[in-house]
Structures are given as structure tokens and as C-alpha cells.
Design a protein around this ligand. Structure first.
Ligand SMILES: Nc1ncnc2c1ncn2[C@@H]1O[C@H](COP(=O)(O)OP(=O)(O)OP(=O)(O)O)[C@@H](O)[C@H]1O
Length: 331
């Protein structure tokens, strides 16, 4: 036994290289090429942290998560989750982690929700009392009561997602990996999922690693965010710092009573207009309140809303070039 406290998740120079064979000129020739999906990533996450793991499409997020669960074996570097090497002891690790993939379900499609839970009860050998306690808590907090007898195929996306989150938590995992848990959900379902995750983190101390394209998920849930691009860690810190590095802007969408010339107020830049609606950009690090007050005082308003920059835009600004340009440079 070592006496010092180890971080709960620890990556040191982690790598994953895929070899892809592509059809080349000539009938039987195939060219081999390498994709460095994860290209030397190091970070440590303490127990109880809730961390956002973000980046553009193809950045290497899912590949990292697959290595953290033991589904994929690293090509290089070192990896530990709760002191366990995931690829070598995948089954032992499975007892301690929960995984939710927003784009695919771990539930049995044709079975009522509660039957999927019963199967998990047996698969994970969860003690009866513990299972019942966890299920009751999830049913209450995720409002699953009326859905337990419904076959999974008949659930809406938001209901299924809540069902999947409960499924990942029945065996009391110490760490939860969430890959796009709010993708495709309506505003109300997103809010419910976020509220639940925040509650889980504060009451159970569950360590959470969250991959998402929705900046609001990160803003509302994570005190720390890591950005990866081209398989490398580009940023690790507070979300506000990311905005500053990316020099990103938020948008104020203004609905005027009638079509008017571009709004001119200090601290904001006119972007475009469409009839009586105008879009103004202002620094993401600035508060919207003074700007809203200025616009409201000087213009006949019907409505106002603030749009957050999406992560892809922030990242594109951080490293220059558009997403498509970066994607092209990958090929
Ligand atoms: N099994 C595989 N074989 C070959 N290449 C792969 C494989 N899995 C992933 N890749 C490649 O590795 C890179 C990283 O992919 P990954 O799925 O980890 O990205 P991501 O950040 O999760 O993207 P997204 O947001 O689109 O899900 C991409 O270039 C992808 O094409």
C-alpha cells in the first residue's frame, strides 16, 4: 500500500494510433496509413470532480473514453482509473464505473425499462437492498415511475436518456463517463438531466467526465474543462479562461418593434439583421446586463435573448481556421 493519495483518473502521455488501410490506385493495392486519434494526452482528475471533455468532431474524445473504460487498449502511455489499468482489468473496473453514450442505448430495446434494470441487477451482482435503494432514488429523481413498464423502443429520446442514466448508476459507480448525454434533447429534458447530474455529483460525490457539444452543459455543471484537438490536450482550466483564450463572443438577439438601422451601442458589434430582428456580438467574458439595459433604453424592443457561442466556434477561434479547414488538414 502506498501512503500518498493518487488522483482518481490519471493519464500520462496516453496514445491511440489506428492503422487504416485505404484502397489505392491499382486493383489490389492498399495503402496503410496511421491515424493518431489520441496523441500523447496527460491529465489527472481528483475524486469528486466534474470535468468537461470537449473538442471538435474527430478530436479523439470517444477514443479517450473507450480507453478509460477498457474497451480500447492504448498504443502507448499510462492510464489508471481508481488505481486500475482499464485494458488489463476491464471487468473489475466495470464494477466501479458507469458509462452513458447519448447516441446509443445500453437498454434492451424490446423490454420494459424495469426488465433491463433487473438484468443489470444480475449482471453486476448488485446486492438486493442496494439495488432497490439506487433504483428508487433514480426513479424518483429522474421521474421514471410511469415509464418502468414501457418498452424502451416506445420511449422518447429524453425519457430513454433518463432511463440510460439510471441504468449506469444502479451499481453505484464512483465515476460516470457521459458521452453527449443531452444530444437531441428538448430544453426541458436537458434541464432535467443537468439537474440530476449536479445533484448526483454533490450528494454522492460521483466523479463525472462529460463530453458534449453543448456549452451550456459545461457552464452549468463543470468547474473545469479540457479541450482536445487532433488528439492533443489544448486547454485545461476554467470555462471562463477558455472564452478569454478563444476571444469568443456571445450574441444578443434583439427583436425590435419594426425594422430599423443597425443598433449602435458601446460594447457590442452589429452582426446582421433580418427584418426587425438584429444580431449583436459582444465579448463572452463581459456581462450581458449593461448591454441589455442600453439597448432597452434606446430602442423599441419586443424581445431579447442571449446566445452562447458553441464550442466548435470557440475552438476554431482558439486555434485559427474554420472547422472545415482543420478537418482538411487532418486528411
Ligand atoms: N476504429 C477506428 N479505426 C480507425 N480510425 C478511427 C477509429 N476510431 C476512431 N478513429 C479516428 O480517430 C479520430 C478520433 O475519433 P474519435 O471518435 O475519438 O473523435 P471524437 O472527438 O469522439 O469525435 P466526435 O465528436 O465526432 O464523436 C478520428 O479521426 C476518427 O476517424
Amino acid at each position: 500500500m502506498t501512503s500518498h493519495i493518487e488522483p482518481f483518473i490519471e493519464l500520462e502521455n496516453l496514445e491511440k494510433v489506428f492503422t487504416v488501410r485505404r484502397k489505392a490506385a491499382g486493383l489490389f493495392r492498399r495503402e496503410k496509413s496511421e491515424v493518431r486519434a489520441v496523441d500523447g494526452i496527460s491529465f489527472a482528475v481528483e475524486r469528486g470532480e466534474m470535468v468537461g471533455y470537449i473538442g471538435p468532431n474527430g478530436a479523439g474524445k470517444s477514443t479517450t473514453i473507450k480507453m478509460l473504460t477498457g474497451i480500447l487498449t492504448p498504443s502507448g502511455g499510462r492510464l489508471r482509473v481508481a488505481g486500475i489499468d482499464p485494458a488489463r482489468e476491464r471487468t473489475r473496473l466495470a464494477q466501479r464505473i458507469g458509462v452513458v453514450f447519448g447516441q446509443r442505448t445500453t437498454l434492451w430495446w424490446d423490454l420494459p425499462l424495469k426488465d433491463s434494470y433487473r438484468l443489470m441487477h444480475r449482471m453486476y451482482r448488485i446486492p438486493d437492498a442496494r439495488f432497490r435503494e439506487n433504483l428508487d432514488r433514480c426513479v424518483e429523481l429522474l421521474e421514471l415511475g410511469e415509464l418502468l413498464d414501457v418498452p424502451v423502443r416506445q420511449l422518447s429520446l429524453g425519457q430513454r436518456m433518463r432511463g440510460d442514466i439510471a441504468a449506469a448508476l444502479l451499481h453505484d459507480p464512483e465515476v460516470l463517463y457521459l458521452d453527449e448525454p443531452t444530444i437531441g434533447l428538448d430544453v426541458v429534458s436537458k434541464a432535467r438531466v443537468r439537474e440530476f447530474l449536479s445533484h448526483l455529483n454533490t450528494t454522492q460525490g460521483t466523479t463525472v467526465l462529460l463530453t458534449t457539444h453543448d456549452l451550456t452543459d459545461i457552464e452549468q455543471l463543470c468547474s473545469r474543462v479540457m479541450v482536445i484537438d487532433h488528439g492533443r490536450l489544448m486547454y485545461d482550466g476554467k470555462l471562463s479562461g477558455l472564452h478569454a483564450v478563444g476571444e469568443s463572443e456571445r450574441l444578443l438577439v434583439v427583436d425590435l418593434e419594426r425594422e430599423l438601422p443597425p443598433i449602435d451601442v458601446p460594447g457590442a458589434r452589429f452582426v446582421r439583421s433580418e427584418g426587425p430582428r438584429q444580431w449583436l456580438a459582444f465579448p463572452a467574458t463581459a456581462s450581458a446586463a449593461p448591454l441589455v439595459a442600453e439597448v432597452a433604453a434606446a430602442y423599441p424592443l419586443i424581445d431579447l435573448s442571449v446566445r452562447e457561442p458553441d464550442i466548435e466556434t470557440v475552438i476554431a477561434k482558439m486555434y485559427g481556421g474554420t472547422r472545415d479547414e482543420r478537418r482538411e488538414s487532418l486528411m
